[in-house]
Design a protein around this ligand. Sequence first.
Ligand code: HEM
Ligand code: HEM
Length: 184
Amino acid sequence: MKEISGVSEHPYRYDSVSRGLHWLMALMFAWIYCSAAAHYLLSDSVLDKTLWPYHKPVGLLLLGLFALRASWSLLNRQHRPPSMNVAASVGHGTLYGLMLLIPLIGLLRQYGSGRAFSAFGVPVMDGFEGEKIQWMIDLGSNFHSLLGWTMLVLIVGHIGAVVLHHRQGNSQVLRRMTGRTHKV
Ligand code: HEM
Ligand code: HEM
């Protein structure tokens, strides 16, 4: 928060932790959507076989980073720039909701299947004998992919909104997230 003549002002850019998490996760989302697209469009191709084994581990990592990002944005909420408008608040809020729900539903489906799951060689779930947990499997089958593709549409809209602001001469919006600004 800036303080000029005793009057507190909102910061003009996101702090470095928020910016770092935003761009790291954006890269990982780009990767996970490549794996999902290869799985959907080029099933059993070399590309699918190369990328798909990492879909679940990277998804789990994204959930961990989401927990960090959400906690940090809550703890640090007094020191973040204000929302540009209502549409931006609703859009960012929806992205936060989906960043939580999509991997969580994927993990529930994995658990319900009773199959063991490890990520990057670290055991995450042991798996179990006996009946599968059908409601977890149904939840995953009905909603994981659906919400996953829905979030991709929102991400395209999110990027489109930034480009639109930029074209209308408001380059400040992008700079709030790149950190390259000194103006309020
Ligand atoms: C934020 C992280 C994630 C995103 C954005 C995401 C996105 C997607 C998308 C878009 C699909 C559809 C692919 C298709 O239509 O073939 C998909 C499929 C799938 N995902 Fe994820 N996923 C994430 C995390 C996870 C996690 C953590 C797991 C499990 C531990 C998981 C397990 C699966 C499985 C098993 C499928 C195939 C579903 C099917 O063939 O019916 N995903 N994911
Ligand atoms: C090339 C890709 C991307 C660009 C250029 C971009 C750009 C930006 C910019 C400029 C802001 C600041 C907007 C403002 O202050 O109102 C922002 C914020 C935000 N972006 Fe992105 N973004 C990208 C990818 C993503 C992805 C993949 C996600 C999540 C799925 C995402 C989620 C968010 C969220 C939730 C915010 C609000 C700030 C926060 O709490 O982190 N962005 N983005």
